[in-house]
Design a binder for this molecule. Sequence first.
Ligand code: AP5
Length: 212
Amino acid sequence: MILMGPPGAGKGTQAKLLEARFRIPHVSSGEILRSAVCAKTELGLEARKYMERGELVPDGVLLGAVRDRLAAEDCRDGFVLDGFPRTVTQSKALGEMLSAAGKPLDHVVSIRVPVSEVVSRLSGRRTCRRCESPYHVAYSPPRRDAVCDKCGGELYQRSDDREETIRARLQAHERQTAPLIEAYREQGVLRDIDGSGSPQEVWARILHEVDA
Ligand code: AP5
């Protein structure tokens, strides 16, 4: 299953719910990249330059890491992709990985949210340093200030959640990823989900589509 949508649409929030409900791993290309940045690996050092500017990391830099992640044992019975694919090249590479593994693409869900809502969601987001669970200072605050409810990790503000970087990320989405969403629509596999309302309301809409 693929979750698509602009930055801040709620992909990570919903992917964590899908992971728990269907017992399949949540695979986030953003998380793969942030871990690499944190560990200062070759991938991380290269990716960081693009992430700080709100640009997409080049396909050739990212693809190997995603391929390795999807080949892991826990992905054998399926996975929820969050933030991947984002370009036509990535989508073709994913198609090849899936057919080589004999796996179908069951769902492509596009979460739609107005830009004004995205900016307010991202500027108030706090993320757990340990398990990457997303919180929001107003919409879904943690029980204890700056501490993750799930694992006790420290909450921090992502460096790309500043307003000027958010704008650049939205532009990258419009330019490079929106056409891909339309391509999935033309293939007849896309389901549009209204991403407004509470996370629980959005979750109910996704579940309704997936169950159908
Ligand atoms: P990535 O980590 O994928 O970020 P993104 O796509 O910009 O998406 P976000 O994580 O910002 O938002 P989300 O939709 O997951 O929303 P969330 O659930 O957290 O990518 C980061 C960077 O890595 C990219 O800019 C790029 O450089 C690089 N990259 C990653 N993948 C790549 C790829 N495939 N190719 C090339 N480069 C790549 O929610 C946001 C906030 O809103 C949270 O605070 C949450 O609590 C709150 N919230 C969620 N739902 C609701 C709701 N219904 N109501 C109110 N608040 C809500």
